[in-house]
Design a protein around this ligand. Structure first.
Ligand SMILES: [Ca+2]
Ligand SMILES: [Ca+2]
Ligand SMILES: [Ca+2]
Length: 137
């Protein structure tokens, strides 16, 4: 249960353009990830978005995200605690920094957790369910 809440938390953070838990954010975030506008976010679309997000977060272009990048992440993750949690969660080899490969891999784990029917694509309702989990106390 705890893992699914973590997955839902992360998914909401990914799908929303901002961290506010508001429907409009979910809708616009979903639309942004749905590159071909067919109403679902495929794994490939998601992976493409993760690469561009990583590059947006890595302001100094050293190919790693560290706590030093947290201020620059504010436009995507207004809460520093959220950015910190992402860094801890995604630093899969525990070297104190998150590489692009780690960022994509850890994002994909969340995607797969939100993909409730395991068809390799997220529908808006799957994204909504992930959000509902997140909003639970
Ligand atoms: Ca799509
Ligand atoms: Ca690492
Ligand atoms: Ca699905």
């Amino acid at each position: 249960m705890r893992i699914s809440i973590l997955i839902a938390t992360a998914t909401v953070a990914l799908l929303a353009t901002q961290a506010h838990a508001q429907t409009i954010d979910l809708l616009s975030g979903f639309a942004r990830l749905d590159l071909n506008h067919d109403g679902v976010i495929t794994r490939d679309e998601f992976i493409a978005s993760r690469h561009s997000r990583f590059q947006a977060l890595d302001r100094n272009g050293d190919r790693f995200l560290t706590v030093a990048d947290i201020p620059a992440m504010a436009s995507f993750m207004p809460q520093a605690s959220e950015a910190r949690a992402m860094l801890a969660r995604c630093d899969l080899d525990h070297d104190g920094r998150v590489s692009e490969a780690e960022f994509v891999a850890c994002s994909l784990a969340m995607f797969d957790g939100a993909d409730l029917n395991h068809d390799g694509a997220l529908t808006l309702s799957e994204a909504r369910l992930a959000r509902r989990l997140f909003n639970r106390p």
